[in-house]
Write a protein that binds this ligand. Structure first.
Ligand SMILES: NC(=O)c1ccc[n+]([C@@H]2O[C@H](COP(=O)([O-])OP(=O)(O)OC[C@H]3O[C@@H](n4cnc5c(N)ncnc54)[C@H](OP(=O)(O)O)[C@@H]3O)[C@@H](O)[C@H]2O)c1
Length: 382
């Protein structure tokens, strides 16, 4: 990670000039005990958006060999027919009823499928990484409250939350991994350093989060609300209160969060603006210390906070198609407020990239394997 010399110290960064960190050095960090063996992999739900993103990442991964991608609707059709960016991939979809035996099964299916089929998935694979919400929450009560209950609650204790920045130490050897929700991932990455540093107290700290998210969040069958004519140009509050990711955020941050989501006119990306009201006054130096302490050694995290140029704060467009996450912050002392920004690609850091990152850690592979690519710039609405 590089730090501009003029802004490396805490309060020196208040004026914002060039106060930007990048992750150049950290991205080469690897696990010294890392294995280089090849692992077979399957993607259940391969025609979907996150399934396609998994196939894109895994097909370029040095240690994974994709042997199966499933679809009920596109059985025996080429992967390239659903994902034109993968026309070069020599693979056809097969029926999810006939699972091949693999080292790692990635499930990119709608909520409810994995919890019904988890015994089959675990019989077919040594490690299951589920991208749905089916194993993210800690207990059956939470599923009763936020979803429609749970079909296999006996697996909830066994599942590990995928986000390595939060749960790295529990991933090695895990056989059931739950990738986080995209809005929850953006929010947790933004706010967690303040909780860890004690700037935000679990009992009294107040957090109000507004997430803007792109249409790919709704999946390939996103419905009328995500059709082009309806989505174009909107900044539409689609979950003013009661979004299910609120449960996930509260479970992993350990504090109450007021959470709202807007559907906006982009394809990829989730941008969380978090209004944080700490109990005690906080300085810009405190904030730099918290975020640098949390992310200086993280290979995929960038702190972008008031630097120069057009993109002075976290920006979904700057991370689109990559596994990077950006966080940044500003102080609003007159209102006792810290405003935190967090940007990810919902389909990469917010699901498929996070899933592969977690699998890398679980299997003892180099953490960044298969994920060492940047996004594009300039590019249209991501
Ligand atoms: N999109 C995002 O940004 C995002 C981010 C984080 C997490 N997630 C989660 O990731 C999961 C997948 O999301 P997505 O956006 O990729 O959805 P999607 O585009 O709708 O794709 C769903 C996939 O699952 C397959 N499928 C549906 N029902 C199935 C069943 N009963 N058995 C087997 N396969 C089935 C579909 O293909 P067939 O119907 O042809 O079988 C399709 O390939 C969801 O749980 C979602 O909540 C999504």
């Amino acid at each position: 990670m590089t730090v501009d010399a003029d802004t490396a110290g805490g309060d020196a960064a208040v004026d914002g000039d060039a106060a930007e960190l990048t992750d150049t050095d950290a991205s080469t960090e690897t696990n010294p005990a890392a294995s280089t063996e090849s692992h077979s992999a399957s993607v259940v739900g391969g025609t979907g958006f996150t399934g396609g993103e998994l196939l894109r990442i895994l097909s370029g991964h040095p240690s994974f060999d994709v042997v199966q991608a499933t679809s009920r609707s596109a059985d025996n059709m080429t992967v390239g027919r659903s994902h034109p960016n993968l026309r070069g991939l020599d693979l056809r979809f097969s029926d999810p009823a006939d699972l091949e035996s693999v080292d790692v099964l990635f499930a990119a299916t709608p909520h409810g499928v994995s919890m019904e089929r988890i015994d089959e998935f675990l019989a077919a694979a040594d490690t299951v990484v589920d991208l749905s919400a089916d194993f993210r929450l800690p207990d059956a009560d939470a599923y009763d409250e936020w979803y429609d209950g749970h079909a296999s609650p006996e697996y909830l204790d066994r599942a590990e939350y995928a986000l390595p920045e939060l749960n790295r130490e529990n991933l090695p050897g895990a056989d059931l991994i739950a990738a986080g929700g995209c809005n929850a991932t953006a929010t947790i990455l933004g706010v967690k350093p303040l909780v860890d540093e004690g700037i935000l107290a679990p009992d009294t700290g107040e957090v109000v989060v507004d997430v803007k998210v792109g249409s790919s969040e709704g999946g390939a069958g996103g419905g009328a609300a995500s059709s082009h004519p309806e989505r174009s140009g909107v900044v539409r509050p689609y979950a003013p209160t009661g979004h299910r990711h609120e449960a996930e955020i509260e479970a992993y941050l350990g504090l109450s969060v007021s959470f709202t989501v807007h559907a906006v006119d982009m394809v990829r990306g989730a941008s969380a603006t978090c209004h944080v009201f700490p109990d005690a006054p906080v300085s810009k130096g405190d904030l730099w210390g918290a975020y640098r302490g949390a992310y200086a050694d993280e290979p995929f995290m960038r702190i972008v906070s008031g630097g120069g140029g057009v993109y002075r704060y976290p920006e979904p467009k700057a991370v689109a198609g990559s596994n990077h996450g950006e966080v940044g912050f500003e102080l609003d002392p007159g209102n006792r407020r810290v405003v935190v920004f967090s940007a990810i690609d919902n389909m990469t850091k917010g699901s498929a990239g996070q899933a592969v990152h977690a699998a890398n850690v679980a299997l003892g592979l180099p953490e960044t394997a298969g994920l060492e690519f940047d996004g594009l710039h300039p590019v249209g609405a991501p």
